[in-house]
Write a protein that binds this ligand. Structure first.
Ligand code: NI
Length: 191
């Protein structure tokens, strides 16, 4: 088996996490390999989603496997397995919103409740660069919205109230300074 690298995760407040990522125009074999690395890195970090900017590459690609978030008993669970979303675009949001706790590999140790639409319809290109459209709900919809935000320079802490954000100020500063550890490799802080 090929040994695929686990890429270091870029953390808050790296400028790449604040950028609008570039669309993919062609799925090259180099990008194919990169997508494999994304999956490997996500799994190595026990993540349920990972966006390309989080490993230092500003392109509109993210991977997800939200299956672990679902209860085995959950009859409504829509288990999708490993999914890659290229040039994703959410074309419909439900009016109903739900609040759940989120975390982010780029914000080690930080958790908070985020209110998001419960259901979405998304258009994207798949691993064969074919157009796809899916209606998602539950954890799939949540992870997709969180990861797509990364492609637009948005972190989940940007979606909580300013008051709640001030409660995280100390933790954010520690992440920014690089004085946090995680169970997965973190990218060096640029100084
Ligand atoms: Ni994240």
């Amino acid at each position: 088996m090929l040994n695929m690298p686990i890429l270091p995760i870029v953390t808050y407040n790296d400028p790449i996490l604040l950028q609008i990522a570039e669309s993919v125009v062609e799925l090259t074999s180099e990008l194919d390999d990169f997508i494999e690395d994304l999956f490997e890195t996500m799994e190595g970090a026990d993540g349920v989603g990972l966006a390309a900017p989080q490993v230092g590459r500003s392109v509109r690609i993210f991977v997800m496997n939200a299956d672990l978030m679902y209860d085995e008993e959950d009859e409504k669970a829509n288990l999708l397995g490993n999914m890659v979303f290229i040039n994703p675009e959410i074309v419909e949001y439900s009016k109903e919103k739900v609040s759940y706790q989120e975390g982010c590999l780029s914000l080690p140790g930080l958790l908070d409740e985020v209110n998001r639409p419960d259901r979405i319809r998304i258009r994207f290109k798949d691993e064969s660069f074919q157009d796809q459209e899916l209606e998602l709900d539950g954890w799939n919809a949540r992870v997709v919205q969180h990861e797509l935000d990364h492609l637009d320079g948005i972190l989940f802490i940007d979606r909580i109230s300013a008051f709640k954000r001030t409660l995280h100020r100390g933790s954010l500063q520690k992440i920014d300074e690089g004085s946090v550890s995680a169970s997965y490799p973190l990218a060096d802080k640029k100084s």
